[in-house]
Design a protein around this ligand. Structure first.
Ligand SMILES: Nc1nc2c(ncn2[C@@H]2O[C@H](COP(=O)(O)OP(=O)(O)O)[C@@H](O)[C@H]2O)c(=O)[nH]1
Ligand SMILES: [Mg+2]
Length: 195
């Protein structure tokens, strides 16, 4: 791993807590339980960096991780948690909207999708929203250790067609088996360097 020094900086619950400084930000989104925290732990090579949980929906905060004093990885609250109340969902929408709109520090959003499944309507909505707001995105497929190579290739084809993403913007990963990290790092380096 080429990310040497990763550090948790802070959590934010609302707009007034947001971290704004000169460093670029790369955000991570996806439904609850897709593997956001595990991916961050994998990329930072620290099992405790972002809390992973088998109880979905518990991470309701925006968490900022400083990577080598070059950029932040921003772990955003997961969507689609069935047991979340209406009030919680409405609050989620408004905090996410606050985060995404007019955020000139935000350079890229990694949208995580479970490699075993086709994108849900919530995934589609998330992507449509980001595209409408002209925010660059890449798709990160998680948990590829749970499917065969041929199923994975089939799903990459389908996801590429359904969501209309070029395959070089779809990165298959496994936090469990530590696969795909180098491709992500290279891409993040490029985004941070260009912007
Ligand atoms: N087999 C496997 N399990 C994973 C992988 N990534 C995450 N998980 C599991 O999926 C569950 C949810 O992961 P978590 O990172 O907490 O998801 P989050 O809610 O999106 O932050 C946990 O039980 C993880 O251990 C992976 O690459 N492979
Ligand atoms: Mg999490």
């Amino acid at each position: 791993m080429r990310f040497i020094n990763a550090k948790f900086i802070k959590s934010a619950e609302k707009k007034s807590d947001f971290l704004i400084d000169e460093l670029p930000q790369i955000a991570v989104v996806g439904r609850s339980n897709v593997g956001k925290s595990s991916l961050i732990n994998f990329l930072t090579n620290n099992k405790k960096m972002a809390k992973t949980s088998s109880t979905p929906g518990r991470t309701r905060l925006i968490n900022y991780f400083n990577i080598d004093n070059k950029f932040y990885i921003v772990d955003l609250p997961g969507y689609g948690y069935a047991k979340a109340s209406k009030k919680t969902s409405a609050n989620w929408d408004s905090v996410m909207n606050d985060y995404f709109v007019d955020n000139n520090r935000l350079k890229l959003v990694m949208v995580l999708l479970d490699s075993r499944h086709l994108p849900s309507s919530l995934d589609q909505q998330m992507i449509d929203y980001l595209v409408a707001n002209e925010i660059p995105t890449v798709l990160i497929l998680t948990k590829i250790d749970k499917i065969s190579k041929s199923e994975l290739n089939k799903n990459i084809d389908l996801i590429s067609k359904i969501l209309r993403y070029n395959k070089d913007m779809i990165i298959p990963t496994s936090a469990e088996k530590k696969l795909g990290g180098e491709r992500i790092e290279k891409m993040l380096d490029d985004y941070v360097a260009q912007n």
